[in-house]
Ligand binder design. Structure first.
Ligand code: SF4
Length: 433
């Protein structure tokens, strides 16, 4: 008998096809970077997809040392999502006792479901209408903005999945993560939480919120789920008050802070963490993010740190790599001058800076015009302006306005990806959900 754990360590097999399922909208993948759906839950349930021929072939290919084409990027970049997530599985103990001969396991142990709901009470520039109902609404009435994101491709109505879609999986899950759902505003969340009461295998539940609103019912129920040892509420922090409110149009930073305090004071069973999307909108303000985190740490009087730091690839033209080289140089100089000493009590503050530097060293400047057009379109749709927040962008914007041209056709590619050079398994979840 060969232990799966041993095979993963010795042969550098990716653990995800054996353990993990990522449902995005209706598409099922072994992970976010895989890209190519391995099944769809429109036509079948997730358990059937998990056992389908393609999933089995993926596992077999890995065991035969012939990983499929979508895995090539991971294989070539040894310090990557595959390695990080595989190590997480190894460390979590969910692989213990599983033998290669037992493979083709009947259920995934870990699930990320970002199609659970899409109710948000702001319109995020760093999102797509696929994940953001308010942005979807905004785009429905603004034809210029609509040019930039694939509204037609993603119909939110199609994402309204039956409430029982997860029922077959829940009893078997060790980890459940719902990044495509604001736990504080989702009408579906209470139904889900009621189902989780009997999920005796579930050890970790990740919920997300922008904390623009607080649903105390949800928090009360959540804190009573004694069967789940780790309940993590991850909140989005992309900048100081001004940047935060600019990126998440419709959000209120003061409300966010008040709600953080309420959670900290009343629900000690919940772990609070931050997630930060590093984009062209905040790459030049990383020190502000650190200062804001320090301020929140003092206000909350608690340990706090980053759980997820990811270069925001959706839409791809807001990735920091899209900026012109002169701006990137300016931002790199700022990043290099950050003295991390005041932030040593903030977990992963150093990683925030190093990931920011890393993203600036990538090159995707061909998309910069799209970033500018998108920013102007978003500003126009929301009656906001980049000018006060990003004076360093003025020159480029002026150039753009002086050479009016056709708006670009929709650009929606995945060429700009997180491509880190060093990952520590003890670091937070970089790159993808
Ligand atoms: S190697 Fe990468 S793309 Fe392939 S299944 Fe693993 S994490 Fe996903």
């Amino acid at each position: 008998m060969t232990q799966l754990k041993t095979a993963i360590i010795k042969n550098k097999i990716c653990a995800l096809p054996f353990m993990h399922m990522h449902i995005s909208g209706q598409a099922v993948n072994p992970c976010a970077p895989f890209g190519k759906p391995i099944g769809r839950i429109t036509t079948t349930d997730p358990v059937t997809v998990w056992r389908n021929q393609d999933y089995r072939k993926l596992r077999k290919d890995w065991l035969d040392d012939t990983p499929p084409e979508p895995c090539t990027n991971c294989v070539e970049n040894l310090n990557d999502y595959k390695k990080l997530q595989s190590l997480r599985f190894l460390n979590s103990g969910v692989l213990d006792g599983l033998n290669l001969e037992d493979l083709d396991p009947l259920y995934p142990r870990s699930l990320i479901f970002d199609g659970f709901d899409n109710y948000t009470d702001f319109a995020a520039r760093t999102s797509s209408p696929f994940f953001d109902s308010k942005l979807h609404d905004l785009m429905s009435t603004n034809s210029t903005l609509r040019k930039f994101l694939p509204l037609g491709q993603f119909n939110l109505t199609d994402r309204s999945l039956p409430d029982d879609i997860l029922d077959g999986l829940i009893p078997h899950l060790n980890t459940l993560s719902l990044p495509g759902c604001d736990a504080m505003t989702s009408p579906k969340i209470q139904i889900l939480i009621a189902k989780l009461v009997n999920a005796t295998n579930l050890k970790t539940l990740f919920l997300y919120s922008n904390l623009n609103n607080l649903n105390l019912n949800t928090l009360n129920t959540l804190s009573l789920l004694n069967n789940i040892p780790k309940k993590i509420l991850t909140v989005f922090l992309d900048g100081d008050k001004n940047i935060h409110e600019y990126i998440f149009h419709g959000s209120k930073f003061d409300t966010f802070v008040d709600n953080l305090k309420t959670i900290k004071n009343n629900f000690p069973q919940l772990t609070l963490k931050f997630t930060t999307n590093i984009t062209a909108y905040n790459i030049g303000r990383i020190k502000n993010i650190l200062d804001t985190t320090l301020y929140l740490k003092q206000e909350l009087n608690t340990h706090i740190g980053f759980n997820e730091i990811r270069p925001g690839p959706i839409p791809s033209f807001i990735h920091p790599a899209t900026l012109p080289q002169s701006l990137k140089n300016l931002y790199l100089t700022d990043l290099n001058s950050i003295d991390l000493t005041p932030y040593t009590t903030i977990k992963y503050s150093g990683q925030l800076v190093s990931i920011a530097k890393n993203t600036l060293q990538q090159n995707s400047t061909a998309h910069f015009d799209d970033f500018l057009h998108y920013t102007l379109a978003f500003d126009s749709a929301t009656d906001t302006s980049y000018q006060l927040l990003y004076p360093e962008l003025m020159t480029y914007m002026t150039e753009l306005l002086n050479r009016p041209e056709e708006l670009p056709t929709i650009i929606h590619d995945s060429t700009t990806t997180n491509n880190l050079t060093s990952i520590d398994p003890n670091q937070p979840n970089f790159g993808y959900f």
